[in-house]
Each structure stands twice: as structure tokens, then as C-alpha cells.
Design a protein around this ligand. Structure first.
Ligand code: SF4
Length: 328
């Protein structure tokens, strides 16, 4: 029995890295067994910050579908679809834009943050300011009950709930107020110890072969104070240890004791980690190779998901037009 409807999506920006995987996708793979899930490719959202160069968008969409499938999303258990194929998102976004006060959008915490962070891009646009409203449309057009989010996205979901409340107040009860399912993200640093991010070139990607994973692990930054094997280490400042926490929980206490006591060398510690990571990631990599041999599956999966999404979204828009008395 499904516990309710879930909606979530990611922007197509190329192959996912482990930060993306452990931040959301790993959890989606579990949720698809318990809820009716709609997972989408947010290609319109990619335009809010990347409208100037759209040359890679098609291949990035394919790449994201490959990541979804190879990580374990199953088209028999969940609906994977493309945002721009379901025009109802745009219609609902437009209608929400009519009644959403500008102050709600200006006070979104990520708005100012991103303006400050992306100084190299001109994102002082109408689309960028309004993207939380597009998110509200993405969620509410499916009348989703739940949205899996990290702590940092809770304010966005609150805005969606406010948009739903305002609509219901103005035009009559139409939308449920979606609740967050808080994802306790496992945080992994990049291979250089900074935040894992494509722009730093420090990621480990779901598309990396076992050999590449081993090479990247061997180049990871460890405790900088540790020079010789018998120096006492500080696992809490070591990037390799942060990865052991995710991939090798069983051996953590032993690694901590050995590191602190200067009983294990970093090379050996990394080799152990690389074995555990390859063990975990190899099936994902192999699934990816299978899909690449038969790429027609990408389109098949999305067309199937689009069909299911379209059915729900067009039903909601009928209700919306009726509630607003614009169903002439
Ligand atoms: S032994 Fe392992 S945990 Fe300790 S500093 Fe070296 S790599 Fe890090």
C-alpha cells in the first residue's frame, strides 16, 4: 500500500557525483518501495541560472536518466519524467505568479545567497526570482503529500505550502499542503577536502570506473599533520575517514584506534577504503554500461513516466481552472 504521493527532481547538469547520490538519490531508491513517486528531470529549472548556454542540456538530460536508472530507480516502481514535457507545470506557474506577493520571493534565503555566489552570471531575471514559484507548481500539480528535502530546502517547501494555502483561501480547497520528509544526508567532502562540487573538480562521479575511483581515492587529502606511519593521526580532520564513515561503518572503531595510535599507514587505509567503495559502486557502474549499450531505454523510461505524470497533472489543472472559474 502506498503511503502517499512524493515529488522530487534534480537539474540536469551532467553525471551525478557521490554528494548528489548520498544527498538524495540513495533515499529515493528506498522511497520508491513505499510511496507513489514522481521523480523528474528539472530542465526548466536548469534554465533559471543557465539560460545563456543551452548547448549541453539534451545530453545532460540523458545523463541524469542514466544516473537515476543505474542508481536503482526502477520504472516499474516509480515515474521518471521530463519537466518540460508536462506543460501543466508552466500553466500552474503562471497562475501562481498572479497571486504570489513579490515579498515572498525576495525573502527566500537562497535568492540572495545565489545572487552573491554567481556573480559571473546575470541572474537578476524574472525567471530566477520566480523559480520557487515554479517549484511550487512542480509539487502541487501532482497534489504531492510529501517532498524529500534536506534541512536547507525546508524554507522553499514552506513557500510552496504558503502558495497552496493562499490558493485554497482565494478559490476554495484544491491543494494539500505537502509535508517534508527530512533526508539526513550523508555528507562527503571532495577529494581535496573542500565541499564536493563539479566546479572544484574534486568529485567522484557515478560514471567513474573502478580504476578511476581507486586513483581518486589514492589522491585524497588526509590528516595534514601526519607525515610518518607512526605519527598519531586525527581521523576527524581526514577526508578518507569521512568516506569510511559512509562506506565502511563496520570497521570505523578499529580504523579510529589504529589511526590515533599511529598503527596504520594512510596508504593502507586508502586501499581498504577503495576496496569498499568499488564494492559498493561497481554494480552502479555496470548498470550504466548496460544502459549505454542500449540507449533507447532512456527515451522509453521517460515516455512511460511522462504519460503517467501527464494524466495526474492534467486532472489537477482541470480542478484548478474550475476553482478559479476560468474553465470556459
Ligand atoms: S590512517 Fe586513515 S584515517 Fe588516519 S589520517 Fe591516514 S587516511 Fe586518514
Amino acid at each position: 500500500m502506498s503511503k502517499g504521493k512524493i515529488l522530487s527532481g534534480m537539474r540536469p547538469t551532467g553525471a551525478l557525483h557521490l554528494g548528489n547520490y548520498f544527498g538524495a538519490l540513495e533515499n529515493w531508491v528506498k522511497l520508491q518501495n513505499e510511496y507513489e513517486c514522481f521523480f523528474f528531470i528539472a530542465d526548466w529549472h536548469a534554465l533559471t541560472t543557465g539560460y545563456e548556454d543551452t548547448s549541453n542540456i539534451k545530453e545532460n538530460i540523458d545523463e541524469l536518466v542514466i544516473s537515476y536508472l543505474s542508481a536503482g530507480l526502477d520504472p516499474e516502481k516509480c515515474n521518471m519524467f521530463l519537466q518540460s514535457s508536462i506543460k501543466e507545470h508552466a500553466e500552474l506557474h503562471l497562475l501562481f505568479s498572479m497571486s504570489t506577493p513579490l515579498s515572498w520571493l525576495f525573502r527566500c534565503p537562497t535568492y540572495k545567497d545565489q545572487l552573491a555566489q554567481m556573480k559571473d552570471k546575470n541572474i537578476t531575471t524574472y525567471g530566477f526570482l520566480g523559480y520557487p514559484n515554479l517549484q511550487a507548481a512542480d509539487i502541487l500539480v501532482y497534489k504531492a503529500n510529501f517532498v524529500p528535502v534536506g534541512e536547507d530546502q525546508v524554507p522553499h517547501l514552506e513557500l510552496t505550502r504558503e502558495v497552496a494555502r493562499r490558493f485554497n483561501y482565494l478559490y476554495g480547497e484544491t491543494f494539500p499542503e505537502p509535508q517534508p520528509i527530512l533526508t539526513k544526508a550523508k555528507v562527503l567532502p571532495g577529494t581535496d577536502g573542500r565541499k564536493m562540487s563539479k566546479s572544484y573538480g574534486n568529485t567522484i562521479s557515478l560514471a567513474d570506473s573502478p580504476d578511476t575511483v581507486r586513483k581518486k581515492v589514492s589522491s585524497m587529502i588526509t590528516d595534514p599533520a601526519r607525515i610518518r606511519k607512526d605519527d598519531q593521526g586525527h581521523p576527524d580532520v581526514c577526508g578518507v575517514y569521512a568516506f569510511h564513515k559512509v562506506f565502511n561503518e563496520a570497521e570505523l572503531p578499529e580504523i579510529e584506534t589504529q589511526c590515533k595510535g599511529g598503527k596504520i599507514g594512510c596508504v593502507q587505509c586508502k586501499r581498504n577504503l577503495a576496496d569498499k567503495m568499488v564494492n559498493y559502486l561497481e554494480p552502479i557502474y555496470e548498470k550504466r554500461q548496460e544502459i549505454l549499450k542500449k540507449p533507447s531505454i532512456i527515451r522509453e523510461v521517460i515516455e512511460k513516466g511522462n504519460e503517467a505524470a501527464k494524466k495526474v497533472a492534467s486532472g489537477t489543472m482541470e480542478d484548478v481552472r474550475k476553482a478559479m472559474k476560468i474553465d470556459w
